[in-house]
Design a protein around this ligand. Structure first.
Ligand SMILES: *[C@@H]1O[C@H](CO)[C@@H](O)[C@H](O)[C@H]1NC(C)=O
Ligand SMILES: *[C@@H]1O[C@H](CO)[C@@H](O)[C@H](O)[C@H]1NC(C)=O
Ligand SMILES: *[C@@H]1O[C@H](CO)[C@@H](O)[C@H](O)[C@H]1NC(C)=O
Ligand SMILES: *[C@@H]1O[C@H](CO)[C@@H](O)[C@H](O)[C@H]1NC(C)=O
Length: 229
């Protein structure tokens, strides 16, 4: 009986090691493309490249490239939907994991919940994810999201609101707090009307690998099982 229990502990531990217990496979994450409409004062985020191309080719948006990565389906372990809303009256795309906030914006704020290019992100910092900072410009009526606090701080007229959730970095070599020297050179602040370099759209997607970790209890159970079996 004891051996049986230990055997199952061993199997559970090995399963955890192979699959990870709380991480969606990073290979399933897809890039989120950002574009900016200077006239309307709107930052737009989408995983749909056709939508991104249309917005940047004929919608008045500057292409700002792939910025971070998210999961496209609700089946991604431990993720929540990053709900997309749009207000056509003031031209603002707004994204939140908070269903109450989304409902409030839809009920009285002039926003419509759009079930387009669904995005799923972590609500806590799991699996090598990085914070996605949200700021808001009341002047431009624009919500802005970035993984770079440095870029965030450089946005004139934007006030930091909260961490919207946790996403995967496009570049595993980026510091985990999202700071990157490239952040300060990105176009897209309202004061910047110069289109960014076109190669940012083609940045290779390299995300953090999920590194499963053994808890001390799992380690001891495995050790015990190995000694007894
Ligand atoms: C969600 O949004 C509502 C309405 O804005 C707010 O009262 C609540 O504190 C938010 N919940 C979280 C977990 O942030
Ligand atoms: C607010 O918006 C106006 C144009 O609508 C612009 O001229 C002004 O510079 C903006 N102010 C700030 C602080 O961004
Ligand atoms: C991010 O990390 C770098 C070093 O890895 C550090 O110099 C910088 O101050 C950090 N920034 C924030 C906002 O924590
Ligand atoms: C990723 O990091 C490497 C090494 O720091 C850098 O050379 C490269 O430009 C980065 N790529 C992106 C897309 O940020």
């Amino acid at each position: 009986m004891r051996r049986l229990v230990l055997f199952f502990a061993l199997v559970a531990t090995l399963t955890t090691l192979v699959h990870g217990d709380s991480c969606a496979p990073p290979s399933q994450a897809i890039p989120v493309y950002r574009s900016f409409n200077n006239g309307a004062g709107d930052h737009f985020y989408t995983t749909n490249t056709a939508e991104y191309n249309t917005a940047t080719a004929s919608g008045g948006y500057f292409a700002e490239g792939a910025r971070f990565a998210v999961f496209p389906t609700a089946s991604a372990t431990n993720t929540v939907q990053f709900i997309r809303l749009f207000n056509g009256g003031v031209t603002d795309h707004f994204y939140t994991t908070n269903q109450t906030e989304a409902n409030n914006a839809a009920a009285g704020g002039g926003y419509t919940i759009e079930n387009l290019s669904p995005m799923y992100i972590y609500s806590t910092q799991l699996c090598g994810s990085v914070p996605l900072y949200r700021s808001y410009s009341a002047n431009a009526t624009d919500h802005f999201y970035t993984t770079s606090m440095e870029e965030q701080n450089g946005m004139l007229g934007y006030k930091f609101e909260l961490i919207a959730g946790y996403v995967l970095s496009l570049n595993a070599s980026e510091p985990s707090n999202g700071s990157t020297s490239a952040g300060s050179t990105f176009a897209g602040s309202p004061s910047n009307t110069v289109a960014p370099p076109s190669n940012t759209a083609n940045a290779a997607l390299r995300v953090f690998p999920a590194v499963p970790r053994l808890s001390i209890a799992q380690f001891l159970l495995t050790l015990g099982a190995a000694l007894l079996l």
